[in-house]
Design a protein around this ligand. Structure first.
Ligand code: ADP
Ligand code: ZN
Ligand code: ZN
Length: 814
């Protein structure tokens, strides 16, 4: 008996091992095994296939060293998905395995191990090698790397022995030191048991805000069986300010205490409400979605911002839950805010798991194991990689904000598009899939137009709140008339002023962080560039530093030009920092916050900025596109887009699609509850047709215009792109390799192949880059083209000169 396995190495091949007789009855597809590979190295591999095809005579296969699992950790649909991702995105299967499977469940030589306290080598039944390892570990307080154990003890196959020790509960395996268990705590609010409503109301007295909050809180407790709620939850559910809540605590009508919570947040989330009743439009959309599912087609839900798409998702999930099915709810990383998770937790409580990129390896492994248990999570809300979790009875996939570019993984491999992979997962598992957005991607809308996807439209905002009024400000004209005395146009300033006077809030967008995108010598034009990348440095005034936004390297700000030795260096252009400075000058009395990659580094920074704004502690929020994603604020009456042209003027066929989506989403933040909001767009070129579609709220019109252009130039969705990227520290070498590779491919591809060319940023982190672009017609066989590419790569590598060529493929690049 033989088994094909995948190894956690960047290799495309699977490897065949002989299955020892003792293992044959227990071995199953999807189990972990330990196999020797290379010189004295052992790896955790996953079994993909079990068969009886003996190798050619003369080839001798190694044995599987040991079988770890009695029950598979990966199911067959998952393995099929791995294979598809590897095939379609031209990514080594080993890389897919590494990305998809929790590293904690996969020991490698870098894995850290430590002995559990209290176990000595006098343990009975230990083999000599096991004893040796325990002795070594006991000498150290800190965990030791498996590779180090191997070196110290001069034994090769440490991995299997460590596994068996772990199984016996004698050692702990850590991915990193900080993932050691530490209990996690949270501040909770309780209702004192013996307090009567009368004495509570007596204690609160005349404090109006406190009365109101107390009523809200008792309401929440009454609607649930929980005896406590986290302080965070209470604040989010009630929108209360800390001071009002603290007032109630001081009067002893509420109690606060620190409680220990489970690592996965079990028990922290409680059901507090039933789903809202859908209105007639939502109900209609719901019915159409179900019809579409019955047709076995992916369904695109095109619903304007605030139309209540999330409410519809909640109803769909609930329905599936009643059928005993699981839901995967995919969101772009940035949308994983407390807002959305609290909304879902309020309805589904601890049936919900949250899977984002900040959870550690330990939690990742725990969620995986829980999904395999008899009581898996019913709902997983997660980012891209949650696609790879072991669902047992997946019944629905929702891809929220399907147009978001962060669904595409760009680095490292596998460079997959999670939305499209979700469509594949739906196909494999026969689960229906819903893609939802206010601004569909060109690809998805095209698929809906051609009948590949079903289309459901929701044109009304919930409660028919009007869409905002969009006002275009011609900044070029204003400048000519000398009316632009600030970064903000006079009209924007006056709308802001009005809004603030009426107690409203303002959001300003600028898609560049830092103070100025670059600095320049006013005399000779010299600009500082990154030493590792071919890009100008961004000036960060608050830190007085120049920063490379590609590699993060920081440099001291220069004041004197190194070329002409004059103190003539000045910032050019503006970023969020500068907008903030300007707004502070214009509205000195108003509290302002800034949200961009620089201000959201800390663990809770992002959430704190949002909750301060939510609670109106800050009145003006300035930020990058981070701000445009699925956030709900009740009192934002003005949204300003400071420099709209910069969204459209970069050399990419998608720039208008992106700009349109961003501005439309940004507008969606205005006037959600009370009255009609205003969106002010500042542009030097307001004649662009895109702005007309935007002011008319005409997505269809925009789509048709874009589609015509894409068709003319043969861009997606009318073709498919594959970008071949070649890099080398030696520029000449990158150039030669790219030309040789293109030369091999061109005879089969002809004019479908463009390049090789130097990309706009031609050097990143010391590597020079060359690109070859393949523009492939839709009808072309994906199998054939991938075979051609792989064969050509092999032919390249057969040449000793190109053996170590660094190349990767970016399929459907963004
Ligand atoms: P979308 O996801 O389309 O942007 P949401 O689902 O966030 O829209 O809905 C916008 C707002 O309207 C939310 O505050 C939501 O709670 C409220 N809402 C939507 N539908 C309903 C409903 N059927 N009943 C009560 N409130 C609703
Ligand atoms: Zn100079
Ligand atoms: Zn750099």
């Amino acid at each position: 008996m033989f088994a094909d396995v995948v190894l956690p190495l960047p290799l495309s091949e699977t490897f065949t091992y002989a299955v020892p007789a003792s293992m044959q009855s227990a071995l199953a597809i999807g189990c972990r095994v330990i196999v020797p590979f290379g010189k004295r190295k052992y790896y955790t591999a996953i079994v993909l296939k079990i068969h009886h095809d003996a190798p050619q005579s003369g080839v001798s296969l190694k044995d599987i060293h040991s079988l770890i699992d009695s029950v598979p950790l990966v199911n067959e649909n998952q393995l099929k998905l791995w294979e598809w991702v590897s095939f379609y995105y031209l990514s080594p299967l080993g890389d897919v395995y590494k990305a998809a499977f929790p590293s904690k469940l996969r020991m490698e030589s870098e894995t850290m191990v430590s002995a559990l306290v209290g176990h000595a080598t006098d343990e009975k039944g230990l083999r000599p090698k096991e004893k040796q390892i325990i002795d070594l570990l006991n000498e150290h307080d800190l965990p030791v790397k498996i590779s180090e154990i191997a070196v110290r003890l001069k034994i090769g196959n440490v991995l299997p022995t460590v596994y068996s020790l772990a199984e016996k509960g004698l050692v702990v395996i850590h991915e990193s030191i900080q993932s050691k268990f530490a209990p996690k705590t949270e501040t909770h609010i309780f209702l004192p048991k013996k307090l009567s409503p009368q004495s509570a109301s007596h204690a609160i007295g005349k404090a109006k805000k406190q009365q109101l909050l107390y009523e809200q809180i008792t309401g929440i407790f009454a609607a649930s069986e929980a005896d406590s709620f986290s302080r965070k939850e209470i604040m989010a559910l009630t929108g209360a300010s800390a001071s009002v809540l603290n007032g109630l605590l001081q009067k002893n009508v509420l109690r606060q205490a620190t409680v220990e919570i489970g690592r996965l947040g079990d028990g922290a989330a409680r059901v507090t409400r039933a789903p809202h009743t859908l209105n007639e439009y939502q109900q209609q959309a719901f019915t159409e979605i179900i019809d579409c599912f019955n047709d076995r087609k992916p369904c695109l839900l095109h619903g304007v911002t605030s139309s209540g798409k999330t409410e519809i998702y909640i109803h769909l999930i609930k329905r599936l839950l009643e059928e005993g099915k699981q839901t995967l709810y995919l969101v772009p990383e940035i949308a994983l805010t407390t807002q959305l998770t609290h909304r879902l937790q309020a309805v589904f409580g601890d049936k919900l798991a949250i899977y984002h990129s900040k959870i550690n390896d330990q939690e990742r492994a725990e969620i995986w194991k829980k999904m395999l248990s008899d009581h898996p999570y019913d709902i997983v809300i997660g980012v891209r990689s949650s696609l790879f979790l072991p669902f047992k009875r997946l019944g629905l996939i929702i891809v929220d904000e399907e147009h978001e570019s962060s669904y595409k993984q760009t680095e490292p491999a596998p460079r997959y598009q999670a939305r499209d992979t979700a469509v594949m997962l739906a196909h494999l598992t026969k689960a229906p899939i819903l893609l939802g957005t206010a601004t569909p991607s060109m690809e998805s809308y095209f698929n809906a137009q051609t009948g590949k996807y079903g289309l459901v439209t929701l044109a009304n905002r919930y409660e028919d709140i009007s869409l905002p009024e969009i006002i275009l400000e011609n900044t070029k004209e204003l400048r000519r008339k000398k009316k632009m005395k600030s970064l903000l146009s006079p009209a924007l300033i006056s709308y802001m002023d009005n809004a603030l006077q009426e107690g409203g809030q303002v959001i300003l967008f600028r898609n560049r962080r830092g103070f100025a995108p670059m600095v320049e010598c006013q005399l000779c034009g010299w600009t500082p560039k990154c030493r590792r990348c071919d890009v100008s440095l961004t000036y960060h005034k608050s830190r007085n530093e120049l920063v490379c936004h590609y590699c993060g390297t920081t440099y001291k700000m220069v004041t004197e030009c190194p070329e002409c030795h004059q103190p003539s260096i000045e910032p050019v252009g503006m970023g969020t920092e500068q907008v903030e400075e300007e707004v502070a000058r214009l509205f000195p009395e108003v509290s302002i916050a800034r949200m961009d990659a620089d201000t959201t580094r800390g663990k809770n920074a992002y959430e704190n900025i949002l909750s301060d704004f939510q609670q109106k502690k800050t009145r003006i929020l300035i930020g990058t596109q981070m701000l445009s994603k699925g956030l709900d604020f009740d009192d934002v009456s003005v949204v300003g887009i400071i420099s709209a042209d910069s969204l459209l003027n970069y050399p990419d066929f998608r720039s208008h699609e992106r700009g349109f989506q961003l501005m439309m989403q940004a507008s969606g933040r205005a006037g959600r509850k009370n009255k009609r909001g205003k969106v002010i767009i500042q542009s030097n070129d307001p004649e662009q047709p895109l702005y007309r579609y935007l002011t008319d709220n005409d997505y269809e019109g925009f789509f048709r215009q874009q589609a015509a252009e894409r068709k003319l130039f043969n861009y997606p969705p009318y073709s498919r792109l594959i970008r071949i990227v070649i890099k080398d520290k030696d520029e000449q070498k990158a150039e030669v390799e790219a030309r040789a590779f293109a030369g091999l491919l061109r005879p089969s591809l002809h004019e479908r192949l463009l390049g090789p060319s130097k990309p706009a940023v031609a050097k990143i982190q010391l590597y020079h880059i060359r690109e070859i672009l393949l523009k492939l017609e839709i009808g072309l066989s994906p199998q054939k083209i991938r075979k051609l590419i792989k064969k050509s790569e092999q032919r390249m590598r057969a040449n000793p000169e190109f053996k170590y060529m660094r190349v990767y493929y970016d399929v459907d690049p963004l």
